[in-house]
Design a protein around this ligand. Structure first.
Ligand SMILES: Cc1cc2nc3c(=O)[nH]c(=O)nc-3n(C[C@H](O)[C@H](O)[C@H](O)COP(=O)(O)OP(=O)(O)OC[C@H]3O[C@@H](n4cnc5c(N)ncnc54)[C@H](O)[C@@H]3O)c2cc1C
Length: 468
């Protein structure tokens, strides 16, 4: 075990995974987590790797979905976050959802009981001491203000930020089973499901119109002046913002009625459907899928009780909105996630401009491996760009084109997606026969197969000493 420790600041998704990778590589690691002495606006517990909103790691389909592919790559690379997710998965159709408390307990326990890991509770309220020669900053979108300010001073960059929102959670015994029914879209069973994993609330055209009207008119939380120009993350828009974009936007988004048939109504198809996904192992709490919101709390209760089946809904948690901070990573970080102006500081997780639990943990995994290799005097090769790991890392540290004079095209947080992967060589999966949808799926399968093959080669490559 290397005695000179690496310091990881922040024990969230990225920091926990980074610490695990460092310890696995035989290097001592100290995790500095400010909770419970200081909390963020979204965290509720003192557990490491707390999931602040949804309990879903999204699709687990490694063949035709980029985040499912990232799951597969992380499992192959020995991820603690994926091991904990797999150990505590819940039925969720094609998605990998987890019991959030058991998941966080698993991660906390694994790190606390590892002989190479020390967990220190307390905020790092400024730049880390100069004596810490290798540090990973994984303090997330809600980095404490004192550390944020110190990073801004060091980089000379103004803060980059966007808004992220949280969806409400409902108690099962307050949902009306005479109106709702259980079914996964297209009856997909997925990694832990049966094909009947979601609770569905049907809406007629008239009910949908009334609901959209109420969402648009509902009273919202107001912004501070300094927040007014902050954009939303497009992948996680508040429900009322989507509704305001067009009356049918939600029917083509989270409330789409496809792949679902209401057994209470025979052949009659619902006009729109609200879905709830199981949130805990007991099955007593259910998360409103895609219903992140910045409506005032009283308005949420009033408006969401208009949903058929939720007239008596009791909410375990209401939705909310939080400002997220991230770095202009392509400019500030090198290919190993080190700050160019101060290479003893590495960054990982959502603060680097990736978006999502899985992506944050994946970047934590890479930062941990890179820092451990550096400590052991080994050269670390970033994963090939053809892998989901490499495509995501490439987006953060390299591939971005930069903003034009008006700021358009500026670096923005991104979920992993097939658009980040280099195209297949012409000829591969270039079969132009069949429907566009089938061709699209064939292309994704080919990209995934290439990714997994290239990942194996990367994992098998011999480690070299840095001097070579
Ligand atoms: C409100 C909100 C809702 C979100 N909803 C989702 C969602 O539904 N699905 C999804 O995939 N992603 C969601 N995200 C995005 C993102 O994936 C998560 O925030 C994820 O937890 C990021 O992982 P991370 O490790 O980078 O940060 P975090 O998991 O937030 O971990 C950072 C840790 O650092 C600690 N910390 C902060 N400052 C300091 C300091 N100075 N000293 C010591 N410790 C410090 C914090 O307490 C925290 O434990 C959401 C984000 C927010 C803010």
């Amino acid at each position: 075990m290397h005695d000179n420790p690496i310091h990881v600041i922040g024990g969230g998704l990225a920091g926990s995974e980074a610490a695990w990778q460092i310890a696995r590589a035989g290097v001592r690691v100290i995790v500095h987590e400010m909770r419970p002495s200081r909390c963020t606006e979204a965290h509720k517990t003192d557990a490491l790797a707390e999931l602040v909103c949804s309990n879903s790691f999204r699709s687990d389909d490694a063949e035709t979905n980029a985040v499912g592919l990232l799951h597969a790559e992380m499992r192959r690379a020995g991820s603690l976050i994926m091991a904990a997710a797999d150990a505590h998965k819940l039925p969720a159709g094609g998605a990998l959802a987890v019991d959030r408390d058991d998941f966080a307990r698993h991660v906390t326990g694994a790190l606390a009981s590892h002989p190479g890991v020390v967990i220190e509770r307390g905020e790092i309220a400024g730049l880390p001491p100069a004596g810490w020669d290798s540090v990973i900053i994984a303090t997330g979108p809600l980095t404490s203000p004192a550390l944020s300010a110190a990073i801004q001073d060091l980089t000379g960059e103004g803060a980059l930020a966007f808004f992220d929102a949280i969806a409400p959670i409902v108690h099962l015994d307050s949902i009306d089973p005479a109106i709702t029914w259980r079914q996964s879209r297209y009856d997909k069973a997925g990694p832990a499901g049966t094909g009947a994993d979601y609770i569905n609330c049907p809406m007629s055209k008239a009910e949908y119109e009334t609901f959209i009207g109420a969402l648009i008119a509902g009273e919202k939380t107001s912004f501070h002046a300094w927040e007014a120009t902050t954009p939303y993350f497009e992948g996680c828009l508040p429900i009322e913002v989507m509704a305001a974009r067009g009356r049918d936007t939600l029917r083509f988004g989270p409330m789409k009625p496809v792949g679902l048939s209401n057994p209470h109504r025979g052949a009659e198809r619902p006009y729109a459907v609200v879905q709830l996904r199981q949130d805990n192992a007991l099955g007593s709490l259910w998360n409103m899928v895609g219903f992140q919101t910045k409506l005032k709390h009283g308005e949420q209760v009033r408006i969401f009780r208009l949903i058929p089946g939720l007239a008596q809904a009791e909410f375990a948690r209401l939705g909310g909105l939080h400002r997220n901070t991230f770095l202009n990573a392509p400019k500030l970080l090198d290919a190993e996630l080190r700050l160019r102006v101060c290479p003893r500081l590495r960054f990982a997780g959502q603060i680097t401009g990736c978006e999502g639990y899985v992506e944050s943990a994946a970047i934590g995994l890479l930062a941990g491996q890179a820092a451990a290799a550096e400590r052991r005097g080994m050269a670390w090769q970033p994963p090939p760009l053809t892998t989901a790991f490499g495509a995501l890392l490439g987006h953060i540290t390299g591939g971005h084109l930069g903003a034009d004079a008006d700021g358009a095209g500026a670096f923005q947080p991104m979920n992993v997606n097939f658009g980040l992967f280099p195209p297949l060589p012409s000829g591969e999966a270039a079969d132009r026969r069949g429907k566009a949808k089938e061709r699209g799926a064939a292309k994704k399968r080919a990209l995934s197969a290439r990714a997994l093959a290239d990942l194996e080669a990367w994992l098998a490559a011999p480690q070299r000493s840095a001097a070579e």
